[in-house]
Design a binder for this molecule. Structure first.
Ligand SMILES: Cc1cc2nc3c(=O)[nH]c(=O)nc-3n(C[C@H](O)[C@H](O)[C@H](O)COP(=O)(O)OP(=O)(O)OC[C@H]3O[C@@H](n4cnc5c(N)ncnc54)[C@H](O)[C@@H]3O)c2cc1C
Length: 392
């Protein structure tokens, strides 16, 4: 494993950073955070700018709208976007997650048709997987898609869907073989969010974002929108969830937050002394900087594996678990550094750091579930890394 970036990679990071420093202004961030903030700021306009530069599909094959570059270039872009707090939520679900499922499991026709649309941001995706009674144990999902000789007819409901209200299409997991149980008999579909029979209810989240509960009442989906093979959707779901566990975006964002907290502690007086002169604060900042660097290395390991064409296994779960716990500690420590001011919303004129700690704190409570909760990640690590028996 080579831990040193090449000159070409350093030049690429500088090019990305140069662009982001000009484009990701405080006004853009404020606007994107107002649009949505379930997991990260959201701006369709900004995502389309990235698409126009070809940056959303850097490592995809050219025939699918990509540039055929090394995955490590994508990883550098991701880390730098996290660091500059760039709005990624509009494109990330489609480009980084759903596209991975289509790339690995879609038919050649689907790859040619759908992937370039995602790369150009003509289609924004959301994920409709979780159900009221199927979350961590997604294999128990009950939403059905039954072929009637012409179309698949979908009935059921999905919940906790992020970004539905901005999306054009859902990546839907549904049971195509009702006689089968658990992992077998699940298929993946592309479904228009405005299809006849789709109704929904918004759900406001703890961190001022919006998720959606979706109902499917005899929704017709044409066979061309069954992605990959019928009844083989579980493998595709695993490809998507593996792609969600790459972590460099969050590593970059956490690094920036520690730097912001250090600047704040340097510039702020408490009891006549700069906050940074408190050894407890200094040490905790240093500890967090070390933890974030360790998490970053875990994520770079995953990026290197992907760059060499390997499937991501428990390495992805390990780094996802590590980042989630750091984010939690960082949010709590941020509250300690900012004191009473940490709880102020960004709309308050007294909110330090544009209210970022308030949002991070609330997000860290909500983030227990996205792409597999902490307990699920620990269960997987216990089985895959320590050889324990599977108990679920
Ligand atoms: C920020 C965020 C964004 C999300 N976006 C989407 C989205 O876009 N699309 C989508 O489909 N879903 C989305 N989800 C939903 C997410 O995937 C589910 O919340 C997750 O799978 C957990 O399912 P659940 O909420 O039904 O919890 P449950 O499965 O009911 O679990 C509840 C709790 O029980 C415990 N638990 C459950 N199983 C185990 C076990 N085996 N071992 C130990 N403890 C266990 C855990 O503490 C867990 O937190 C999102 C969630 C969050 C938080």
């Amino acid at each position: 494993m080579d831990m040193v970036f090449t000159e070409q990679q350093e030049r690429w990071r500088a090019e990305v950073d140069d662009f982001l420093r000009k484009e990701v202004t405080p006004a853009l961030i404020a606007d994107a955070e107002k649009q949505d903030y379930v997991t990260a700021p959201f701006s369709v306009e900004f995502s389309r700018k990235l698409a126009a530069k070809g940056w959303l599909a850097l490592s995809w094959p050219k025939e699918y709208g990509g540039q055929g570059r090394d995955y490590l270039d994508t990883a550098i872009l991701e880390e730098q976007m996290g660091y500059r707090w760039a709005p990624v939520e509009a494109h990330r679900t489609g480009c980084a997650f759903v596209a991975n499922g289509i790339m690995e499991h879609g038919t050649p026709e689907q790859k040619k048709r759908v992937l370039p649309q995602i790369a150009r941001q003509e289609v924004i995706f959301c994920e409709a997987y979780t159900e009221p009674e199927a979350g961590t144990d997604l294999a128990t999902l009950k939403t059905k898609a039954i072929f009637d000789g012409k179309d698949y007819v979908v009935n059921g409901e999905k919940t906790f869907c992020s970004g539905f209200h901005f999306a054009d299409c859902m990546h839907l997991a549904a049971r195509t073989d009702p006689a089968s149980s658990r992992h077998r008999g699940i298929s993946m579909f592309i479904v228009d969010v405005k299809a006849a029979g789709v109704t929904y209810r918004p759900m406001k989240t703890i961190n001022h974002g919006t998720m959606t509960h979706i109902f499917f009442d005899n929704v017709r989906v044409s066979p061309e929108n069954l992605i990959g093979a019928k009844d083989r959707g579980w493998q595709q779901l695993m490809s998507v969830l593996a792609a969600e566990r790459t972590g460099l975006h969050v590593a970059g964002a956490n690094k920036r937050i520690v730097e912001w907290l250090a600047e704040y502690a340097r510039a702020t007086q408490r009891g006549g002394q700069p906050v940074i002169s408190d050894p407890v604060i200094r040490h905790r900042l240093a500890e967090l900087a070390v933890e974030i660097e360790a998490g970053r290395m875990l994520s770079w390991r995953v990026a290197c594996l992907r760059s060499k064409g390997n499937q991501i296994g428990v390495e992805g779960n390990i780094q996802a678990l590590f980042h989630r716990e750091i984010e939690h500690r960082l949010a709590h420590f941020g509250m300690q550094v900012l004191g009473q001011y940490g709880q102020l919303h960004r709309d308050s004129r007294w909110a330090p750091l544009n209210g970022i700690i308030e949002r991070l704190f609330l997000k860290s409570c909500a983030q227990v579930g996205g792409a597999g909760n902490t307990e699920l990640q620990k269960n997987i690590v216990a089985v895959a890394a320590l050889g324990f028996e599977r108990t679920w």
